[in-house]
Write a protein that binds this ligand. Structure first.
Ligand SMILES: [Fe+2]
Ligand SMILES: [Fe+2]
Length: 315
């Protein structure tokens, strides 16, 4: 709890970076972002990032660091303060371009993109420096009493701006973040990258859809515990298993569809491997059954682990 101030400030950074991502995504759309998103983003940057987050640092964190022996001039504090000033000086231009965009001014989208790009690039870099350099350094030089006084200062700054300031602006941030309807980060990853990610997982995956048809398997070109042919795509799940286990397949699928079971798990010894096979129902965020995922892994090497390894081993 002693360095809770780090969590509070880093959380502000994280939320703000998510807002940056959402605004960037919306600005990239050919028709541009919705007027509401533009209005809310400007308010968030002016009132929370500049008017609250930066002030928490300037009024409480930075003076404490200075008192603990890090000079303000010529060191990291001067750099951080300089970047706060610079980000502050970019806000009027951003607000002006937002006004033009909201007024339907032709050509304003390109200018808005540029003004936002400058502002967000500066702050992303600034947050990184604080998270990775300034905050760890501050933690090293200050006492627990100092740390406690920063938390109290952060709360005082927020209180001075009104009741529930943080919750209010985090709520605003959440509306901006969710505005584009992106419900999962994987939707932001290119399909070929996502395919490579699935092929990099240390488990083999197979997926049958809601109609029990095989739709996907991973590691097509690698060595697999259970070889699968591309010709299996489109076949019934029941046809991909020995006839003596078809009743099991049917039971598992029926249980998953009915919501009676969250996993079906088996393990078998085979060619020196301990093959762990698990089946999971795949559901949409709303709980709708989308199909079944088979996950296969040789867990023999994992079972042999003992003790700890905390250093990097040679390959
Ligand atoms: Fe800062
Ligand atoms: Fe910060």
């Amino acid at each position: 709890m002693a360095h809770e101030w780090i969590d509070l400030l880093m959380n502000d950074h994280q939320v703000t970076e998510q807002v940056f991502d959402a605004v960037e995504r919306e600005l990239a759309k050919p028709d541009g972002p919705s007027p509401t998103l533009v209005r809310e983003a400007v308010v968030y940057f002016q009132e929370y990032v500049d008017g609250c987050h930066n002030r928490k640092e300037e009024d409480h964190l930075f003076p404490t660091i200075e008192r603990c022996g890090i000079p303000r001039a010529g060191g990291p504090l001067a750099v951080m303060l300089g970047e706060h000033e610079e980000s502050r000086s970019l806000l009027p231009a951003l607000a002006r371009q937002a006004e033009r965009y909201l007024a339907g001014d032709a050509g304003s989208l390109a200018d808005l993109r540029e003004a936002f790009g400058k502002y967000s690039a500066l702050l992303k870099d600034h947050f990184w420096k604080e998270n990775d350099i300034l905050y760890p350094m501050a933690r090293r030089v200050m006492t627990e009493v100092d740390a406690g006084s920063i938390v109290a200062g952060i709360e005082a700054t927020e209180r001075a701006l009104g009741a529930d300031t943080r919750a209010k602006y985090y709520g605003l941030a959440e509306r901006i973040i969710n505005a584009g309807g992106i419900t999962d980060l994987s939707l932001e990853v290119d399909r070929d990258v996502l395919a490579a990610i699935l092929n990099t997982l240390p488990v083999e995956l197979s997926f049958v859809d809601r109609d029990d048809k095989v739709r996907y398997f991973s590691h097509e070109n690698g060595n697999k515990i259970f070889p699968r042919m591309r010709g299996a795509i489109g076949a019934a799940a029941q046809d991909c298993h020995p006839s003596k286990s078809v009743h099991l397949v049917n039971r598992i699928l029926a249980d998953f569809k009915a919501g009676r079971r969250k996993v079906a798990e088996f393990w078998i010894e085979m060619r020196g491997m301990m093959v762990h096979i698990r089946y999971f129902p795949v559901r949409s965020p709303q709980g709708e059954y989308l199909g079944t995922l088979e996950v296969v892994q040789d867990i023999a090497p994992l079972r042999r682990l003992t003790g700890e390894r905390r250093i990097l081993a040679e390959e």
